[in-house]
Design a protein around this ligand. Structure first.
Ligand code: 13P
Length: 252
């Protein structure tokens, strides 16, 4: 059976009070769901509040970013150790907004992945081409470069779980998702890159997600594709009803 995951990336949204309200709703709506696996990634300021609310549910906690050093004079940064200490299990790494606005290079992504895995966090690695890349017909070259540089030197035999989200930049927050067929095509390409790098065996540890304008009315098309194992959801994860509906429609 295909294992599925629906992860919500709240981005820079929700005050602590709002995060508490959203999480409390989510626990009522999807707290018992085991399949798909449900992950929420609130801002750092609400990680503890969210953790306390989800602690007796099946919802897992994720973060949106981290720095690769464990501690030290890195003003404003958060380490994997700190994330672990607030009950975080997942961490988004290499989101296109971090690559685009905050200078996150493939090399930095690689360092973050290594640090996350060393400390037992499950990375949600994001890759995806821009509209310009797509227009130039180089989407697969871009994604191949991102995947190969990100996973360079990683030992996936030591981990239980690893998540890769294909998020075409032009589909994020635009209301213009990729077609399910295009998502499947790129995600099966990513799968082949991972098989080349790590062998077939690791694939049962890996979740391959699609992200970019996922909504309750389009999720079914994505998850019905053979290789797509769920979604990384931005805007629609800010509404408990919409996110819960996406979760419900991803049940296999
Ligand atoms: P939207 O679902 O708002 O397009 O965002 C997708 C995303 O960036 C998730 O990480």
């Amino acid at each position: 059976m295909k294992r599925m995951m629906i992860a919500g990336n709240w981005k820079m949204n929700k005050t602590d009070e709002e995060a508490i309200e959203l999480t409390s709703e989510l626990v009522k709506l999807v707290g018992d769901v085991k399949e798909p696996k449900v992950v929420v990634c609130p801002p750092f300021t609400s990680m503890r509040s969210v953790r306390d609310i989800i602690k007796d549910s099946n919802i897992c906690l994720g973060a949106q970013n981290m720095f690769w050093e464990e501690s030290g004079a890195y003003t404003g940064e958060i380490s994997s150790l700190m994330l672990k200490s607030v009950g975080c299990r997942y961490v988004i790494i290499g989101h296109s907004e971090r690559r685009g606005y905050f200078g996150e290079t493939d090399e930095k992504v690689n360092k973050k992945l290594k640090s996350a895995m060393k400390h037992g966090l499950v990375p949600i690695l994001c890759v995806g081409e821009t509209l310009g890349d797509r227009d130039r017909g180089i989407s697969k070259d871009i994604v191949k470069g991102q995947v190969e540089k990100a996973v360079k030197g990683l030992d996936l035999s030591q981990v239980n779980e690893f998540v890769v989200a294909y998020e075409p930049v032009w589909a994020i927050g635009t209301g213009r998702p990729a077609t399910a067929e295009d998502a499947e095509d790129m995600i099966s390409f990513i799968r082949s890159l991972l098989v080349d790098a790590f062998g077939d065996k690791v694939m049962d540890k890996i979740y391959l997600l699609y992200g970019g304008s996922v909504k309750p009315d389009n999720i079914a098309e994505f998850v019905s594709q053979p290789t797509v194992q769920g979604a990384l959801v931005g805007g629609a994860s800010l509404s408990a009803d919409k996110f819960a509906s996406i979760v419900e429609k991803s049940k296999v």
